[in-house]
Design a binder for this molecule. Structure first.
Ligand code: EPZ
Length: 420
């Protein structure tokens, strides 16, 4: 198994090119199933989750080609098999986002239940409730959700859950509704930039969607959608991670292609913490040389502070003076990185869904274990500033969502190596 070895203490300087958004790419690749012809998607990140989605779409009968490293063409002409098998769904929970497109495209779906994962129990009740409100019949059998959408009609759907809106439930209902006769209103919809990108992709295909960027979507079903050419938005979570890399090493990075308008909450918190951030044409510049201050952060659905940057921000707080508090309100158990950071001499204690972080002068390099994608990024950030050597094991997690992280960090001055 590959490992990443980092020698801490180097300031990062230079330019990092931000990749296309993984979490926009996954539902948009699935949405390509709804077209009458092939769709071309550009700015696709080269990460393992994209390969998994490509395997799922191929197993359903679609043709998936990568004519260039960052471009995928999906031709749904051969789509016939409604089954997404356990082997693929268990690899990537986001596989659930083929449910809506399968119902919209062929009127049936058989998807293995994703089960739990390292960041919590992750139910899919809102996906099922929403599709049910559209008139799809759903049953659970031998670990599969079996859905029939032949009688789907436009309807009012409410997607507000215990923890706020759901990103992939919104994606699924939207994708199921665009070819369903009648008008569907989705209340409590997620409005993350990835959902907006999906809506723009569907609109280009010919879908009629109103209320994009709000919590209320209005969809008027159409009979046919065409294949289109679409360029994905930049990855805001990758951007946030490199912003923190600049901040924590007291370096300066220009994040080429990044969009500041997708990261307002993160930029505000970094500025509050003493980091200099400037949005420029074509990217974001970040400088971490200034004096640091403590912050309090609570994660929320967009436009709040994203749960996907919670772990990385926590690493930053471990070396900021004073006591910071981070409360996780989206995935309340997403703290697998805490014991690993504490092994590196961080001082973090957990009180329910809050982490209390007492800043230390320095972290101490150690062998640590990645548990999920963003936790792995947090450990790499810790390694960048820790005294001595840090080895991060199980880095297949990071390869799921960060394109060439060691290459990008190395080019701006980090002492980082992948050991195969
Ligand atoms: C998406 O997951 C992202 N994944 C996650 O990114 C991200 O952490 C999450 O949204 C929140 O922003 C992709 O886009 C592929 P949710 P999703 O449904 O849609 C609860 C990463 O690191 N909930 O918005 O699955 C749920 O338990 C990943 O890139 C229900 O209760 O997340 C959570 O508390 C990890 N019932 C909250 O809603 C449901 O049916 C928000 O989850 C669905 C969700």
């Amino acid at each position: 198994m590959d490992k990443i070895v980092i020698r801490g203490g180097r300031k990062l300087r230079g330019t990092v090119r931000i990749s296309g958004s993984k979490n926009a790419a996954l539902p948009i690749m699935a949405a390509a199933l709804l077209g009458d012809g092939p769709s071309r998607i550009r700015n696709v990140p080269r990460v393992a989750d994209i390969r998994t989605m490509s395997d799922i779409l191929s197993s359903l009968g679609a043709r998936v080609d990568f004519p260039k490293p960052h471009e995928v063409v999906i031709d749904p002409a051969g789509l016939s098999n409604p089954t997404a098998p356990y082997e693929l769904v268990s690899k990537m929970r986001a596989s659930i986002c083929v449910l809506g497109p399968l119902l919209g495209a062929i009127g049936k779906a058989r998807i293995s239940l994703p089960g739990g994962c390292a960041i919590g129990s992750r139910p899919i009740d809102l996906h099922l409730k929403g599709l049910n409100q559209l008139g799809a019949s759903m049953r659970l059998s031998h670990g599969f959700v079996i859905a029939n959408g032949k009688r789907m009609r436009g309807a009012d759907v409410f997607l507000g859950g215990r923890f706020g809106s759901s990103v992939l439930a919104t994606a699924n209902i939207l994708m199921a509704a665009v070819k369903t006769p009648g008008v569907t209103r989705i209340e409590g919809a997620a409005c993350e930039p990835e959902i907006v990108d999906l809506a723009r992709f569907l609109q280009a295909m010919g879908a009629r969607i109103g209320g994009v960027e709000s919590h209320s979507l209005r969809v008027e079903g159409v009979r046919r959608l065409k294949g289109v050419d679409h360029t994905l938005i930049p990855d805001r979570i990758e951007t946030g991670t490199y912003m923190i890399a600049a901040a924590i090493t007291r370096g300066e990075l220009f994040l080429k292609g990044a969009r500041a308008d997708h990261l307002r909450a993160v930029i505000e918190k970094l500025q509050e913490a003493g980091v200099w951030v400037e949005a420029r044409a074509g990217g974001i510049r970040v400088n971490g040389a200034g004096a640091r201050r403590v912050v309090e952060i609570t994660t929320h659905p967009y436009p709040g502070f994203p749960t996907d940057i919670q772990a990385q921000m926590m690493t930053f707080m471990t070396v900021s003076p004073g006591i910071s508090v981070i409360t996780e309100k989206v995935f309340t158990e997403r703290f697998m990185h805490v014991p690993e950071l504490n092994r590196m001499a961080a001082r973090i204690s957990l009180e329910g869904s809050s982490a209390i972080i007492r800043g230390v002068r320095a972290l101490s390099g150690a062998p640590v274990m990645a548990s999920d994608l963003r936790a792995s990024a947090a450990l790499i950030l810790a390694g960048l500033v820790a005294r001595g050597e840090t080895t991060v094991d199980r880095i297949y997690h990071i390869d799921r969502g960060y394109e060439d992280i060691e290459g990008k960090l190395k080019r701006v001055g980090a002492a980082i190596e992948r050991i195969r």
